[in-house]
Design a protein around this ligand. Structure first.
Ligand code: MV4
Length: 445
């Protein structure tokens, strides 16, 4: 096992990774920007190195600063967390070339999956269902139009380099496809420096179901069950749960085995998530996330595994200690993202001082956070300040425990998404599993 690693991240995930380090007797080196001096991850780490100003491009995204911090503190590995450099294959390659272990997949696997058109091809080669669409990227707008005639409208145009909803356009007819391709290309060119596009049949009312996997460096791959992430607002997930209320045992096995086949096809290692769209009893590959995700605690609550511990063990060359039959998810887990946002101002970020935070506790209640009473949230980063995760014996019990925990979550000084979640848990359509990915955008809660 490593004796010292660096955490190239901030916020609650940095704190979460420090916790896993402590468990395994690993020293944790934190990095922080000038506005993050008072963050919990800085206080809890064994060593902390300031890597630059608030602006991410000059701190958490600045590869030379992070590599320098790693070399000065003589770490053996870097955990990238999520966001920032976590899916940057060039960063992974830089680490590799300097003999610093990147705690994640190989740069090669990351590059393959980062190209969403290639990921679609690899899924197809693995026998994983994909929606009708282009073979790779479009060579011309004409090709897109011809394809759409065959597939039938509506179609969706996506950027090869995309992710998180940027560089996508939906088209219901030829005219909107023409402008959609131009807009998507311009947006992708500006955002990623890569305007290449691909096209798929558009599903109008799907659920978002994703499968967690772990893969060691000896060819063993396990699936750990799915998460339903359909409750999202403008591509920002707000609530995740496992199991998905639309997935039964038979479907879980199919999706799990599809996910494992895909991982084997690209020699994937470490933790990963394969995202699917589910509609009309069928599931289709959407994309793969080559990082630990925000919502990983949902799977930790149902499986009892510590996914960050497993990431560290895998990166250190250990073998997975389980076979597929050992993985028996128990109960129903739900995660509520607590963001400092103003619901009265279109969920705009609401940075400021947290006067009081007193989080709920109890059996099957977990809170992951980096803030504390008196902490001032800087305006420079993501608005997520905490995650509340609960588990019950079934979905109704998880909802009940969620209501209770949310009502006992004292957070004063900033506006948060806590009232949103309380309304959601009282919504009949949510409770009765009658919704799809459009639910929050279409309903005022
Ligand atoms: C889709 C889709 C429907 N049909 N692809 C959104 C961002 C990117 N990751 C892919 N996305 C979608 N791809 C087909 N063929 C609907 C979406 C989509 C979506 C997916 C999951 C969760 C929320 C979403 C919100 C809007 C659109």
């Amino acid at each position: 096992m490593f004796s010292r690693i660096l955490i190239a991240n901030r916020g609650e995930i940095a704190v979460r990774i420090i916790r896993a380090c402590r468990k395994l007797g690993i020293e944790a080196v934190a990095v922080y920007s000038e506005v993050d001096r008072d963050s919990l991850h800085v206080k809890l780490a064994d060593v902390a190195v300031c890597i630059g100003p608030a602006e991410s491009a000059r701190s958490y995204l600045h590869i030379p600063s992070i590599i320098s911090a790693a070399q000065i503190t003589d770490v053996e590995a870097i955990h990238p967390g999520f966001g920032f450099l976590s899916e940057n294959s060039h960063f992974a390659e830089t680490c590799q070339s300097l003999d610093i272990k990147f705690i994640g997949p190989t740069s090669k696997a990351m590059a393959k999956m980062g190209d969403k058109a290639m990921a679609r091809k690899i899924a197809q080669q693995s026998g994983v269902p994909v929606l009708p669409g282009s073979q790779g990227v479009l060579e011309s707008d004409d090709e897109g139009i011809k394809l759409a005639r065959n597939i039938g409208y509506p179609v969706i145009v996506k950027a090869r380099a995309g992710g998180g909803g940027r560089g996508i356009r939906i088209a219901h007819n030829e005219a909107s496809l023409k402008t959609g391709m131009q807009q998507a290309r311009a947006e992708a060119e500006a955002a990623f420096g890569d305007g290449a596009l691909y096209i798929e049949k558009f599903l109008e009312h799907p659920r978002h179901v994703e499968m967690q996997i772990l893969a060691d460096e000896h060819g063993n791959v396990l699936y750990l069950g799915e998460r339903d992430c359909s409750i999202q607002r403008r591509h920002q997930k707000l609530l995740e749960e496992s199991p998905s209320p639309v997935v039964d045992g038979r479907l879980r096995k199919q999706i799990g085995e599809a996910a494992v086949a895909l991982c084997k096809q690209c020699a994937y290692t470490n933790a990963g998530t394969i995202e699917f769209l589910y509609e009309g009893g069928k599931f289709y590959f959407m994309e793969m996330n080559t990082r630990i995700q925000v919502e990983h605690p949902v799977t930790e609550m149902t499986t009892g595994l510590d996914l960050v511990e497993e990431q560290l063990r895998i990166a250190a060359g250990e073998r997975l200690q389980w076979t597929q039959n050992d993985i028996v998810p128990q109960g129903h887990a739900m995660e509520f993202r607590i963001n400092a946002e103003d619901p009265d101002r279109n969920f705009a970020p609401f940075p400021g001082k947290i006067d009081i935070i007193a989080a709920p506790t109890g059996t099957d209640v977990r809170v992951d956070t980096f803030v504390y009473s008196g902490y001032r949230i800087p305006p420079n980063y993501d608005s997520m300040i905490a995650k509340l995760i609960v588990r019950g014996k079934n979905r109704a019990a998880a909802i009940q425990l969620g209501k209770q925990a949310l009502s006992q979550f004292l957070l004063e000084g900033v506006k948060t998404t806590i009232p949103f979640h309380r309304k959601l848990l009282g919504n009949n359509n949510f409770v009765s599993n009658n919704y799809d990915i459009n639910f929050i955008d279409e309903n005022f809660l």
